[in-house]
Write a protein that binds this ligand. Structure first.
Ligand code: 13P
Length: 251
């Protein structure tokens, strides 16, 4: 039985003070026995405030990025051991903004994913095709390449800790989500691919949909058989809106 997981990717939004106010409001909405795993991804600078407000609530937090090395001459970067000190449970890897704006390669993403697993942090691996790739009928091929590269060195006994987020690039921040049937089709493809590669251990992997998820469309995605949660950008910046989406994941 896979526990649904709904995550808030704040991207480059919220100061520490704003994050604190959000977390106070959000934790007041979430009952102690809420049956969905909730994860907040603030910017690095707000991790301390988020931790202080969420510790002991059952709501988890994670980092939007990390460098694969433990330490070294990498100006501006932050490592997994540094982030572990802030109590993170999850790390986003392979987000399309990191791939496309910051030029991260499949190989670099694989190194980050490995570093996260080695640090005891669960990676949320983002995959997804661009609009031209979908139009050219290449969506599966692109997603398969991203999966194969990022999961290259992963063992079957490790795969259950990984969450896959299917985020079609053209649906991110556009207000135009994928059609639920297309999201389901890709999630089922990802699940079959994982089962071929990892065997029975892959059954534990949770697959999220991300891309213009809002309170009014979340239910259409979260009821799909192969979708176990959502990775939410814009609509996660308000606690009421994010909690409305989380409630749609209750089974
Ligand atoms: P939006 O929900 O703003 O489309 O962003 C999705 C996303 O990129 C989450 O990682």
């Amino acid at each position: 039985m896979r526990v649904p997981i709904v995550a808030a990717n704040w991207k480059m939004h919220k100061t520490g003070a704003e994050a604190r106010e959000y977390c106070r409001g959000f934790r007041a909405l979430v009952p102690g026995d809420f049956p969905v795993e909730l994860v907040i991804f603030p910017p690095f600078t707000a991790l301390g405030a988020v931790r202080e407000e969420l510790e002991g609530t059952g709501i988890k937090w994670g980092a939007q990025n990390a460098h694969p090395e433990r330490e070294g001459a990498f100006t501006g970067e932050v490592s997994l051991p540094m982030l572990r000190e802030h109590g993170i449970s999850y790390l986003i890897v392979g987000h399309s903004e990191r791939r496309n704006i910051f030029g991260e390669t499949d190989d670099f993403i694989a190194r980050k994913l490995r570093a996260a697993l080695d640090a005891g942090v669960s990676p949320i691996l983002c995959v997804g095709e661009k609009l031209a790739e979908r139009r050219a009928g290449r969506a599966r091929e692109v997603v398969e390449r991203q999966l194969a590269a990022a999961l290259e060195g992963v063992r079957a006994d490790e795969v259950g800790a990984i969450v896959i987020a299917y985020e079609p690039v053209w649906a991110i921040g556009t207000g135009v989500p994928a059609r639920p049937e297309d999201a389901q089709e890709m999630a089922a493809f990802i699940r079959r691919w994982l089962a071929d590669r990892f065997g029975g251990d892959a059954a534990a992997v949770r697959i999220q949909y991300g891309g213009s998820v809002k309170p009014d469309n979340a239910g259409a995605f979260l009821k799909l058989p192969d979708i176990d949660g959502a990775l939410v950008g814009g609509a996660s910046l308000d606690p009421d809106s994010f909690f409305a989406i989380a409630k749609a994941a209750v089974r």
